[in-house]
Design a protein around this ligand. Structure first.
Ligand code: PMP
Length: 368
């Protein structure tokens, strides 16, 4: 039996004074009212290993720290809040969107908290993990073919439009053609990077899909310091880089590729091409291998486009874009858990010809 010794008189006296103090103090539980209060203010983290051998300092802004595990929480919340303020969103409304997964997850999460219904049209290129996650968050999901033209009635753009037209009291988020997509990143991500780096940022490297992230960040940063370089990342199989250089939509650029959320087969108005200094294109293979390397060496479990973004950093470095004084912020858009059946599956990597298991680095083999 454990006995407590009887406190001495002085101890009892301090005890009583202390108890009185506590009773007189107003106690409060420190808690967030909902996950929505945790959107934004993501950290920037120095990249120590993957940047070895490159001139400059490299920092990742890790968007997986958002409650919905991606940068898309920012635009989803901003667009829904704006619609509520304008009186467009009424109680019990339905939120409709085309999404490669991340925006859908953010919309579904916000719909739960705010009491809306959520219907999503998703490309069949999206990983099964992403589709299952959307359903787990209560969204209704239509899976549409990625291989058809944007104006084909089966495309996820057309399906979302139709659902919106046929559903009373619904709004269509339309992230590819919504200026609020840029605003969301202008007001939050861009401002955060400026403040977190104390204005010392010299370059940002950002993946371009809808273009909201790169345009919002670029616009804010260039207003503070016009010499900051805004460097884009595009995919082979996408039209964005060519359009940026020629202002022409070249259909010949389009072919299927694996990276989800990067590049596009149309020109989104949510991209402000004038803000972007340059694009590089990255391959499916190098981006996948890079994402795995970031996870293993930095302890940051990142998604496919984070690999694409750092692969682009390497290519920009090879072009001589950075020097010893460069402070480069690279956006890591989402979390690795969304790609377990793809880039983090050795089988999938082998099927794509991305991983040669015979010649795999000995240090990576697991002994049982
Ligand atoms: N990475 C991922 C995983 C995405 O889902 C997206 C969005 N399509 C992007 C990058 C690109 O961001 P943005 O749409 O703002 O250009």
């Amino acid at each position: 039996m454990i006995c407590q010794s009887v406190p001495k008189f002085r101890d009892r006296l301090t005890d009583t004074i202390f108890k009185d103090m506590i009773l007189n103090m107003k106690k409060e539980i420190t808690a967030y009212n909902s996950v929505l209060e945790l959107v934004g203010n993501t950290p920037i983290i120095k990249l120590n290993k993957v940047s070895e051998g490159l001139k400059g300092n490299f920092y990742a802004k890790v968007e997986a720290f958002n409650p919905g595990h991606s940068a898309k929480d920012r635009i989803a919340l901003h667009i829904i809040n704006s619609a509520e303020e304008k009186g467009i969103l009424k109680p019990g409304a339905t939120i409709v969107e085309t999404t490669s997964g991340n925006t859908g997850f953010s919309l579904a999460m916000i719909s739960i908290i705010k009491g809306y219904k959520c219907i999503l049209a998703v490309s069949d290129k999206s990983s099964q993990d992403k589709i299952d996650m959307l359903k787990s968050m209560g969204a209704k999901v239509y899976v549409c073919p990625a291989s058809v033209a944007a104006d084909d009635p089966r495309s996820y753009y057309e399906v979302a439009k139709r659902v919106h037209e046929e559903t009373p009291n619904s709004i269509y988020i339309n992230q590819y053609f919504n200026e609020l997509n840029i605003d969301a990143h202008y007001c939050s991500t861009g401002k955060e990077i400026w403040e977190q780096t104390d204005g010392l940022v010299t370059h940002v490297v950002v993946c371009s899909g809808t273009g909201g992230t790169i345009s919002g960040i670029g616009r804010y940063l260039k207003e503070q310091n016009p010499t900051i370089k805004v460097l884009g990342v595009d995919a082979f199989g996408s039209v964005l880089k060519k359009y940026h250089e020629t202002k022409e939509f070249d259909e010949k650029e389009i072919f299927p590729y694996k990276i989800e959320g990067l590049g596009k087969n149309l020109i989104p108005t949510a991209t402000d091409f004038d803000i972007i200094d340059q694009y590089v294109k990255v391959t499916d293979k190098e981006s996948a291998i890079m994402a795995r390397e970031i996870s293993r060496t930095e302890g940051l479990f990142v998604g496919y486009t984070s690999g694409a973004a750092f692969q682009a950093v390497k290519q920009y470095a090879e072009q001589g874009e950075f020097d010893e004084n460069s402070n480069v912020v690279v956006i890591f858009p989402d979390h690795g858990s969304r790609y377990m059946s793809k880039i983090y599956s050795d089988e999938w990597m082998q099927e794509q010809g991305f991983l040669d298991i015979e010649n795999i680095d000995e240090s990576l083999k697991i002994e049982i």
